[in-house]
Design a protein around this ligand. Sequence first.
Ligand code: SF4
Length: 127
Amino acid sequence: MSAYAWMDDALCAQTGPDAFHPDGSGHGYRAAAKICDACPVREACAEHATRLEGAGSHADRHGMWAGTVPRTRAKQAETTPKAQRDALILRLHDRGGMDADEIATAADCNKRTVYRVTATHRDQAAA
Ligand code: SF4
């Protein structure tokens, strides 16, 4: 299964993109937020945005992803890129349905990193 299969169910793909990229005319993100609230792939979307944007600044982020505006995502990313990557690996691992190769691709790392992160987490959980 493709790491991007979730996009097939994205509600924003069935609407126009304008609501997700306000032009500054004052209508804001309200319409997009309503769509995201009802979207069945919001969690996968948030993970994708985290991976895509990394630790970029507010200015490096554009549009609404998973119901969050660029400023909010910038605040949420105020941890190290490594911590974010490890969190993504664990979320994908815990959710199931992806093998180590797919998780490594989604987290932009190698398979050994996936094994190390999940093993460390398992050891910590067992302690
Ligand atoms: S949650 Fe993500 S995929 Fe779903 S509508 Fe919002 S931006 Fe699109």
